[in-house]
Each structure stands twice: as C-alpha cells, then as structure tokens.
Design a protein around this ligand. Structure first.
Ligand code: ZN
Length: 501
C-alpha cells in the first residue's frame, strides 16, 4: 500500500474505533439496558457520534484524502487501494456537504418523531405522528437540495442507502417484478390447493426454540467464536470488529417461525460480515457494501436456503427431536408447504416471499409521491389504505396496522425501503448462479452441507468488503446487471409447485 494511502488509513482508525464503541452502546441499549438507562445512553451516543463525525470531516482528513487520491491516480479501479480512497471520498463529500447544524436538527427531530410514532402506533392515532412526519419531510427536502440529484429528487435520498442506483432504474425493475408477481398471486388465490398451518401455532417452548436456532446457525457456518446471539424485540445484526459480529432474534411460543427465520436471516447478514477479509479491518471497506447487497445475503439464506425443501429434509428430523409432541405426525411435505404459505396480510415483516415485495412497492410509491409534492402528509393513511386494497385486496382496519407499522419514517430514513426488494432481486440472481456453478447444491443441503454455498459467496461477494456498489459487484463478478427475471422465475416455479398450479 502506498505511503499516502497508508497515512489516510491510519488517520481514520480512531474514527472507526469511536464508531464501533458507539455500536456496542447501541447493541447494549437494545439487548440489556434497563429502561432507566435511556436518557443517559442517548447523551453518550450523541457524544460519541459527534466525536466520530468531527474526526471524519476534519480538514486533516480532507488533506490526507487529496494526497492519497494523487497517489492512486491511474491505478486499477478494482484495486483495494483505489477502492478505499474512492469509498472514503464518497462518504467524505456527503458528510461535509451537510452542515453540522442540519445534522443536529435531524437528530433532534427524529428522536422526538420516534417517541411520537411509538405513542401514535400504540393509540392508533396518526394525528400524533403527522406533524413529525411533516418535519421529517421538510428536512428530507433540505437534504435533497444540499446533496443534489441528476434526474429526480428521490435519487438524492436513495443514494444514501443504495449508492450507484437511480430511482428510474429501481422503478423499472419494480414494474417488471410487479408484472410477474401479480398474476402469480391471483392464481394462488383463485386456484391454489389449500395449505394447512395449524401445527405451527401449537406451543413450542422458547428455550428449545433458542437451542434449535443455535444448531442451525452453527450448521450454516456462523462462527460463535467471533459472534454471539441474544434476544431483542426487533432482530438485527451488528459488527464491532472483524472478530465480533453479533445477531439477535425474537421468540414467541406459538410462532416458532419468528425465531427460526429471524435467526437465519440475521445469520445471513452475519455470515457476510464474518466473511469480510481481515485486511479491511478498521477501514471503510471492512463491512458489507450496500443495504441491498446486505439484504441479498440475509434473504438468500432465509428464503432460498432456509425455506427450501432440501434444507428441511435435513432439519425437520432435528426439529422433531426438539419438539416431538408438536411435530411427530407432520411429514416433510406438510411442513414445507406450511412454512411457505402465501397469505396477503397487512404487516410487512411477517409477509411471505410472494407478497413481501408488494409492501415495498407501496412504500416506494408513497415516498416518491411525498417527495415530489404529489401527496400531502395529511393524506398518507388514505393513500396507504387505497394501495393495500389495490395490490393485496385488503384494507387495514387501523393505522397502527397500516401506515404506522414501520419505524423507518420516524428515523427519518426516507429512501431506505426499496433496498429490501433490491436485496430480494439480487438474492435470486446469486442463487441462480450458485445453482449452476455448484454441483449438487441442494442435494448437499439435504445432507446438512452448506459450506459449498458459503465458500462461493465468500469468493464472489464477501471478499470484496465495501469496495463496490451493488451494480458494480454484479457487473465485475458476473457481467450481469441487476434484473427482476430470476426472482420472478424462482417464485413462479417454487409456488407453482407448492400450490399445485
Ligand atoms: Zn435484513
């Protein structure tokens, strides 16, 4: 590594260390902290974020960055050095464009919005949240103005979460996906053979569920010497260092899928983080790339692996040993169909593979309408319900189960939702590739062998750390653009069989 790049890298170690320390506090807040700790913790986190921000946007960073840029000029775009400098520049420009005053304002507005959202949801009273959403929208407009865009305002927000992708491109992909999914959903509803799920709602003691998830995590390759699992109401993955990548899950006695698929989902995120090469530690390349790529890993393990027949050929006997009373008479076919039951429902996080993306289309469309000034904040509940009726044929009986269900807007993260479906699209593309390139991939799952898939993902995705955007990675690794067809094909084939269409 060149001398100037090395100096820039070392200069930023402190920034990464402070950020990681803040992550530990954030993890503790979700997992261990008593309610009384909230106020003190908010101050501690604000202080650490401010220190990290100052360290990063300092003039010295700017100077070292310029020197490093001169040093990597003419170097291969894909090299570690050029990529590191490029990714730091992208972040640096974004962070320095936004005035500190706006960062502070954003932090204040969203803390209050979160509290208001929680209350509004609890009381099913959108009016309590509406003024806060208005402020968040106003701030989003300011971000759009400051950051700028090429084609349309939403681009500036999307770029925070999925750099390298434009709104128009996402819209085209989503329309293509919608075109494939609508007829599939209609056929499942009109002609699908009934699927029985009653046995999944029997009582499954949560301690045993916990043990089962740990057996599964070990088997798919999650390294417990470099991570641990804990309980949290909203499952997440967090990374403190190369050797410490943690996940959380949640447990319900009458709904074991929450823990099983929650753990596998977060396990997929964690396998990505654990697979980032040690050489990228304490740098901007030392974690997963974009949100879409991250979600492609979690969804691939959760759905293509964890909801496959082959996976359960191996794991159903193990699960039956944990829960003999609940599952003894259930055979593989019944179980496989039950965990893949399609049911248009109101809540995104519980949605099946076929209807999940409709929840994202709805949010993506509403967000654009809000940002473009075509939808008034006051009219969000009505617009939300109309879209649920149009796409899924159901109307939320309350705003709590409608436009107030997700925390995202209260966090101010307008532009985040589309990354979930981008992740689903990429997961299907990757799995399609892996199937072609790995002999007997699914026959291996049935024997409890997941290493060939993990090795393949390590090589093609994890080894790059955060060097590339999602479209770059797909282009460099596979010569492909992101597309909707593999997901449409995968879902049509899988659900055609399950519903005997
Ligand atoms: Zn996820």
């Amino acid at each position: 590594m060149g001398e100037k790049v090395e100096r820039l890298k070392q200069h930023l170690y402190r920034y990464h260390d402070v950020s990681s320390a803040a992550s530990v506090l954030g993890w503790d807040q979700e997992v261990n902290m008593p309610p009384g700790g909230a106020e003190g913790r908010a101050e501690q986190l604000a202080t650490l974020s401010a220190i990290a921000h100052e360290l990063f946007v300092s003039e010295e960073t700017g100077r070292l960055l310029e020197e490093a840029e001169a040093e990597v000029e003419g170097m291969d775009y894909r090299s570690d050095e050029a990529s590191l400098v490029r990714v730091i520049r992208r972040d640096y420009d974004k962070m320095t464009k936004v005035p500190t005053e706006l960062v502070a304002e954003f932090s204040r507005v969203t803390s209050r919005a979160f509290v208001a959202w929680r209350e509004a949801r609890q009381k099913d009273d959108y009016g309590l949240f509406q003024p806060h959403l208005q402020r968040i929208l106003d701030l989003s407009h300011r971000f759009v103005e400051i950051l700028g865009y090429e084609e349309e305002p939403y681009d500036a927000l999307l770029d925070f979460y999925e750099p390298g992708m434009k709104t128009s491109q996402v819209r085209t992909l989503f329309e293509e996906l919608k075109g494939g999914l609508l007829p599939l959903l209609k056929r499942i509803q009109a002609e699908g053979a009934p699927v029985e799920t009653e046995f999944l709602h029997r009582t499954y003691p949560v301690e045993r569920q916990w043990d089962l998830t740990e057996v599964m995590l070990r088997k798919i390759g999650y390294d417990f010497t470099r991570g641990r699992q804990d309980k949290a109401p909203h499952p997440f993955t967090t990374e403190f260092s190369h050797g410490d990548v943690r996940i959380t899950t949640r447990l319900y006695p009458d709904f074991p899928q929450a823990a099983i698929f929650g753990s596998i989902h977060e396990g997929g995120h964690a396998l990505y983080e654990q697979g980032i090469p040690a050489k990228f530690a304490r740098t901007h390349l030392g974690h997963g790339a974009t949100l879409g790529l991250h979600e492609s890993q979690s969804r691939l393990w959760e759905n293509m692996v964890g909801r496959s027949r082959a996976f359960w050929r191996y794991f159903l006997p193990i699960m039956q040993a944990f829960f003999p009373k609940q599952l003894m008479e259930v055979d593989l076919d019944r179980f496989y169909r039950a965990i893949n039951a399609v049911k248009p429902d109101l809540i995104r996080v519980e949605a099946d593979e076929v209807t999940y993306n409709f929840h994202i289309f709805i949010r993506f469309e509403l967000e654009q309408a809000l940002i473009n000034g075509e939808l008034d904040v006051a009219d969000v509940p009505e617009a939300w319900n109309a879209k649920y009726e149009a796409y899924l044929g159901i109307t939320p009986p309350s705003d709590a189960d409608g436009c107030l269900q997700d925390v995202h807007w209260s966090h101010g993260t307008i532009g985040y939702f589309p990354t979930y479906t981008i992740g689903n699209l990429i997961s299907a593309q990757l799995f399609d590739r892996a199937r072609k390139e790995i002999d007997g991939l699914e026959a291996g799952f049935a024997e409890g062998e997941f290493k060939p898939l993990l090795d393949w993902l390590r090589e093609h995705v994890h080894s790059h750390g955060a060097k590339f955007t999602a479209p770059e990675l797909m282009e460099f690794e596979f010569g492909e653009t992101i597309s909707a067809q593999p997901l449409v094909d995968y879902l049509t084939q899988k659900y055609g069989e399950i519903y005997r269409l």
